[in-house]
Design a protein around this ligand. Structure first.
Ligand SMILES: [Zn+2]
Length: 215
């Protein structure tokens, strides 16, 4: 069964049908079975820098709220701890030379499979876009703004922003070219640990899906 068909099945659990389903099930099976917690597991594949760029498939889950029809994504275990502190100077210094820094990005970040991005990664200006090592969608990517490890919030230039967003747009176009159903794109950015980011190095996350993420 294809990705699109699986989603079409899941859509039946959307808000519109919930009341009808619950009513039908209640009358047939009793109240205890009226709510069903539905989840499905999907795979995302890329070339893994932690294992000589061999092909790796990771699974992630999409869960559907039986009452609202809203969906949630459960990512693989990252092993990264979120830091709640506000003075970040020590953290920034300690984490210099990370996977995303210019001297490491080619060696330590994943590459796309050739059928999607033949050149492995998408580069626009200083921005580099590559597969998310912890995917939460079939088409799940990370885009660094540049090789610079830390950029204060007020120092992001229009060019840095533009190049990273163009890289995300190119990614969406390339995905859509091989998978017509994948036409819903999100670009997310939570910068620095007080915003929930697990890495200091500035980056965006892009997701292309066959269905809006909460539909
Ligand atoms: Zn870095």
């Amino acid at each position: 069964m294809g990705w699109g068909n699986i989603w079409k099945e899941d859509k039946e659990y959307g808000t519109k049908n919930v009341k009808k389903q619950n009513f039908k099930k209640s009358s047939q099976e009793g109240f205890k079975t009226a709510i069903e917690f539905k989840k499905k597991e999907f795979q995302s594949s890329f070339y893994d820098p932690t294992n000589d760029f061999s092909e790796r498939s990771l699974s992630f889950e999409i869960r559907v709220d039986p009452l609202t029809g809203e969906t949630s994504r459960v990512v693989p275990e990252t092993g990264i701890e979120f830091q709640g502190r506000e003075d970040l100077s020590d953290l920034i210094k300690e984490s210099e030379g990370c996977f995303f820094c210019s001297e490491n990005v080619e060696r330590l970040t994943p590459k796309f499979k050739e059928d999607l991005i033949e050149e492995g990664r998408i580069e626009v200006g200083d921005a580099v876009l590559f597969p998310n090592l912890f995917p939460y969608g079939k088409y799940s990517a990370v885009c660094t703004f540049s090789g610079e490890h830390f950029i204060p919030v007020g120092k992001f230039t229009p060019k840095l922003m533009k190049d990273a967003l163009i890289a995300c747009r190119v990614y969406a176009e390339r995905v859509h070219a091989i998978d017509e159903e994948a036409k819903y794109c999100t670009v997310n950015w939570n910068y620095l640990s007080p915003a929930g980011s697990s890495l200091m190095h500035p980056h965006l996350q892009s997701l292309i899906e066959v269905c809006p993420t909460s539909a």
